[in-house]
Write a protein that binds this ligand. Sequence first.
Ligand SMILES: [Zn+2]
Length: 147
Amino acid sequence: MIRIAYGYYLLTGRELEVTSGLRTADKQAREMRKKATHGKSALIGLCKSAKLADDIWEAYDNAHKAGTGERGETEAMAAVIRDQVNKREYVSKHLSGYAFDVRNRTMNSCERDSFEAVVQEVLGSLHGHLIEREPGGEPHFHVQFDR
Ligand SMILES: [Zn+2]
């Protein structure tokens, strides 16, 4: 990530605004709960691993039916996510620390191009990819390294 930030700085003279890096299970659960309130497909559709997301959905659904409220729902989801992380199964790369988000609403088109060019260059040797429109939150680039 430092190489991307430095390359971007060299090209544009600006610093990256990183909005999300390593995420805790609790934070991940809060974000996923917001999706879950819109239904199962809203939650599962976000995730590459349907199996992991499915288990998290079950936790939400059971807590919801038990009437535990937002807090109970979030805690139930966080518990499942924590178990998964302990088994090194990550529903989001943010949980493993191998991903970060960069705010792009404040970038002009030249800066966006510069950012993408730097990311391609750096990721070329590191194996990873750039997701331009990760759902959720304000507009951002999501960069992740595949390990
Ligand atoms: Zn992201």
